[in-house]
Design a protein around this ligand. Structure first.
Ligand code: TLP
Length: 357
C-alpha cells in the first residue's frame, strides 16, 4: 500500500471511488480478451458489454465510451442542436465538473434549476422554465437528471420523483437524460432495478470506473436510433476506440462481480458519518444513503475552512476532496474496508480533529 507523508501511516484514500485498482479477475479478463477493431464494429468483447449494458438498463442499445464526462457530452450533443437549451440542476456534475462541454462543444445553453437535497428539483419549476416558441429565444429541448446525485451527497433520486420530473418534462416536449454515473449505487440502496430507475429517461449513462472498480469506461444507453446518432457523435469528439475489448473485458467483470458489494461501501459510509458526528461534525448519518459523505463545515470562525481541514487530514494519511471551500467529501469504495474507515476515525480522534480544528 502507498505510504503517506508520515511513513508510519498507510494512506487511506477517500478522494473518490475512481481511485480503485482493477481486481485480479479484471486483469485476467483483460489479458485474455478477444478483440477486434471496434470502429468497424468488430470487437466481440465491446459488443457483449454493450448488449449487457442495454439489458441492465432496460434500453434497446448501448455504446461504450471512455469516461462519464464523454458519456454525458455525447448523450447531450446527440439530442440537441446548437442554440438549444438544456434544463439541469444547479449542483449537477454536468454543469459543475465537465468543463462546460455541452455549451462549448454543443452550443447549448444550460439553464439551472435549484437542486433539492435529494438531488431532484421541483417539477413545478419546469413549465415556467420551458421557453415559448418564439424566434428570439432558444429552444428548450432537453432536461438532465443525476442519480445518485454526487454533490447532493450521493443521494438517491427515488423512482417516483424521477417519474414525476420526467413526466412534466415530457408533457412539455422535452427529452430526458439521466447521468447515472452511480446508478448501480442508487439501485442497490433503493432496492429498485437499474432498469426501473432508468425507465423514465430517453438516455442514461453509467460508469464502470467508479464503485464498480473497472479501470476505464462508461456506457450510454437508449433506443436504437439515439445510439446510432451517439455513435456518430462519439466519432466526432474523437472517442472511437479500436481494440477496446481490452477495456470492455474489465467492464464485464465489473457488472458480474462488483454490483452487490456496493452495499458494503454504503455501510462503510454510514459508519464514517456516525464517527464524524461523534467527533462533533454537523452531519446526520441518516442522510448518508450511498457511498458519498459530504460534511458541511462550520463557517462562523473561518469562511473557507475546507482547504485547512483537507491539509490536516492529509498529514494524517487521510485523503479527501473539497467540493467547495466550506465542505469536505469522503467516498468509500472497493479498496477501503470497514477497518480502514475505523482507522481513519481513530487517527482523527487521536489528533483531536473536529469542527474547530
Ligand atoms: N465525478 C468525479 C469528479 O469529477 C468529481 C468524482 O470523483 O466523483 N457524472 C457524475 C455524477 C460524476 O460524479 C462524474 C465523476 C462524472 C459524471 C464524470 O465521470 P468521469 O470522471 O469518468 O469523466
Amino acid at each position: 500500500m502507498t505510504q503517506s507523508q508520515n511513513s508510519e501511516l498507510p494512506l487511506i484514500d477517500m478522494r473518490s471511488d475512481t481511485v480503485t485498482r482493477p481486481t485480479p479477475a479484471m486483469r485476467r479478463a483483460m489479458f485474455e480478451a478477444e478483440v477486434g477493431d471496434d470502429v468497424f464494429g468488430e470487437d466481440p468483447t465491446v459488443t457483449t458489454l454493450e448488449e449487457t449494458a442495454a439489458e441492465r438498463t432496460g434500453k434497446e442499445a448501448a455504446l461504450f465510451v471512455s469516461s462519464g464526462t464523454m458519456a454525458n457530452l455525447v448523450s447531450l450533443l446527440s439530442q440537441t442542436r446548437s442554440g438549444d437549451e438544456l434544463l439541469v440542476g444547479d449542483r449537477a456534475h454536468i454543469v459543475r465538473s465537465e468543463a462546460g462541454g455541452v455549451s462549448r462543444l454543443g452550443g447549448v445553453l444550460a439553464t439551472t434549476l435549484p437542486n433539492q437535497p435529494d438531488g431532484g428539483f421541483d417539477p413545478e419549476l419546469i413549465p415556467g422554465a420551458v421557453r415559448p416558441d418564439d424566434m428570439h429565444q432558444p429552444r428548450t429541448t432537453l432536461l438532465a437528471l443525476e442519480n445518485t446525485h454526487n454533490f447532493c451527497g450521493g443521494s438517491v433520486v427515488s423512482l417516483e420523483r424521477t417519474e414525476e420530473i420526467a413526466g412534466v418534462a415530457r408533457e412539455h416536449g422535452l427529452r430526458v437524460h439521466l447521468d447515472g454515473a452511480r446508478i448501480f449505487n442508487a439501485a442497490v440502496a433503493s432496492g429498485r432495478s437499474v432498469a426501473e430507475l432508468a425507465g423514465p429517461a430517453d438516455s442514461v449513462t453509467f460508469c464502470l470506473s467508479k464503485g464498480l472498480g473497472a479501470p476505464v469506461g462508461s456506457l450510454i444507453c437508449g433506443d436504437e436510433s439515439f445510439i446510432r446518432e451517439a455513435r456518430r457523435t462519439r466519432k466526432l469528439v474523437g472517442g472511437g476506440m479500436r481494440q477496446a475489448g481490452i477495456l470492455a473485458a474489465a467492464g464485464l467483470v465489473a457488472l458480474e462481480e462488483m454490483v452487490d458489494r456496493l452495499a458494503d461501501d454504503h455501510a462503510n459510509a454510514r459508519q464514517l458519518a456516525r464517527g464524524l458526528a461523534e467527533l462533533g461534525f454537523g452531519i446526520n448519518p441518516e442522510d448518508v444513503q450511498t457511498n458519498i459523505v459530504i460534511v458541511q463545515l462550520d463557517t462562523s470562525q473561518d469562511s473557507a475552512p475546507s482547504p485547512k481541514l483537507q491539509a490536516a487530514l492529509k498529514a494524517l494519511g487521510i485523503l479527501v476532496t473539497t467540493p467547495d471551500r466550506t465542505k469536505i467529501r469522503l467516498v468509500t469504495h472497493a479498496d477501503l474496508s470497514s477497518e480502514d474507515c475505523a482507522e481513519a476515525l481513530r487517527r482523527m480522534a487521536e489528533a483531536e480533529i473536529g469542527p474547530d480544528s
